[in-house]
Design a binder for this molecule. Sequence first.
Ligand code: ATP
Length: 378
Amino acid sequence: MVAITLENLAHSYHPDPQSEGDFALKEVNHTWEDGRAYALLGPSGCGKTTLLNIMSGLLQPTRGRILFGDTDATALSTAQRNIAQVFQFPVVYDTMSVGQNLAFPLRNRGLDPQYIAGRVERIAQMIGLDGHLQQKARGLTADLKQKISLGRGLVREDVNAILFDEPLTVIDPHMKWELRTQLKSLHREFGLTMVYVTHDQTEALTFAEKVVVMHDGMIVQIGTPQELFETPAHVFVGYFIGSPGMNFVPVTVEGAKAHTHGHIAELAHDYGKPSGEVVLGVRPEFLRLTKGDGLPVRIERVQDAGRQKVIRATLFDTEINIVADAGVVIEADMTNVTFDPAKASIFCDDWRIEGRATSSIKANIKANITGTGAGQTS
Ligand code: ATP
């Protein structure tokens, strides 16, 4: 097993691409570390399958290289790359039994029959196929057939990576969670590099150690679920992760203050004077309705979402969402909204910018270090 590096990789389906818009995959530079579980997350058409097919060797990139360790694998076939791929729809041999299907990749490599039998049984058990090993694949439900595809992807221990392209699409909703959990424990047990393509954030966030978010042919952020939630690198990540997604309010920023419609919101960092299209991003969970503090809002409607309430409101001319605990009583005189400055982000031309700690925060950090302060941020 090796690290897989994508170097200046780009792909266009046009025979003669002229501009960036002609590329389904814009330039990608990324190393998939050996043994990690990744999710490749993004909406339909953002380039996930294109990237996956380039990694497996089904597609030759227009530009760039793919390295397995130090070896240039760009021109190698799928078999030479030693990669297993599981597709969205089942690929099974109908005339073979379930057991024979699972054993196929191992028999192909001439492995010891006793080892094959043990390995097939083990994988079948883990994905809930152990009761079906003798059955012919023909006539099985789409669910079971897809489990065979998954099993065939997982059965080899020596692959460089397993690539899953939306593998649970045809699986019954109640089985999805179970299979995802099993994939996760298989990953923990065998330590194989796994890349799991999905457009479903829940699937991505529960499966992966690191989530690679794609948007419009670009990787816009690679991070842990917590990083994507707390510090989205791009407005798309803020919008796409979370339910509802991040709120964005156009502002002008000077130092540690955001100005909008004659009001000022304090920020936790000093951003200087960014030029370009500047927006303040705050997650609905970090906004709090008040009876006078903060920015003025007009509540439009309140939606009961089980353990939480989602409040739709207008902040000047921007629609925002506020998430409150179900127990919070929404009163008519709640006319304003506040947020913890430490939970807010500033984006300039769609990308999150880092500010410098302001002097009050620096003082707090110092107080914390010397153990003399309460450590509250202001
Ligand atoms: P989905 O989740 O719908 O599968 P995706 O994120 O996997 O989408 P891709 O299938 O990689 O996205 O497609 C990226 C872009 O490339 C899309 O605009 C798509 O229409 C285009 N595309 C994909 N395959 C081809 C092809 N064989 N020929 C031409 N254009 C293609």
